[in-house]
Ligand binder design. Structure first.
Ligand code: ZN
Length: 177
């Protein structure tokens, strides 16, 4: 798997796929690192976001892309989902064969739609927690969903759903073999 995880903000990639990245390796693209302003993605033309994402995909040639789910409460996430969908259009010869949507605690479960994952990746929850250590200032106390305990509970619940000790779960946007 040649994996690219595209998140709007710092820590989104690790919350969606920190364990998957630890298992398979891959790269992370954070849109705020490209100068897009936190919580204000709606002020940019979506074309500019598309182009930045297309540039990264052309350079890295991932076969698998994980990004935000379309129903998140956070509107930056929704915009990134739309832009990634456009950048991953399955034109002939396009590198991306798998487009997956992941969940971000305190955004996905706070949306008004229901996240229904059908693809599960076995992870080591300790590796996932480790990937989040550098964002200590963003981690709150339980029962806030963006707490270490909630991250571990979710990994356990997603795992149990699929007969695994711990997992990250994704909705499938597109899967081409
Ligand atoms: Zn975010």
């Amino acid at each position: 798997m040649r994996l690219l995880v595209i998140g709007a903000h710092h820590d989104d990639a690790e919350l969606m796929a920190g364990g998957t990245l630890a298992r398979f390796g891959g790269e992370i693209l954070v849109m705020t690192d490209l100068g897009f302003e936190d919580q204000k993605f709606d002020k940019y033309s979506i074309l500019i976001l598309n182009q930045k994402i297309e540039e990264k995909i052309a350079e890295y040639q991932p076969d698998t892309v994980i990004t935000h789910w379309w129903g998140d409460a956070n509107q930056d996430h929704v915009i990134v989902n739309k832009a990634v969908n456009v950048a991953c259009r399955p034109t002939p010869g396009h590198s991306v064969k798998r487009l997956l949507f992941g969940e971000v605690l305190s955004s996905t479960e706070w949306g008004t739609a229901s996240f229904n994952p059908t693809y599960f990746v076995r992870i080591n929850p300790k590796e996932k927690s480790k990937s989040l250590e550098k964002y200590e200032e963003k981690i709150r106390e339980f029962p806030h969903p963006r707490s270490g305990l909630a991250v571990t509970f979710l990994a356990g619940y997603r795992g149990a759903t699929a007969g695994l000790y711990a997992a990250e779960a994704f909705e499938v946007g597109r899967w081409i073999d």
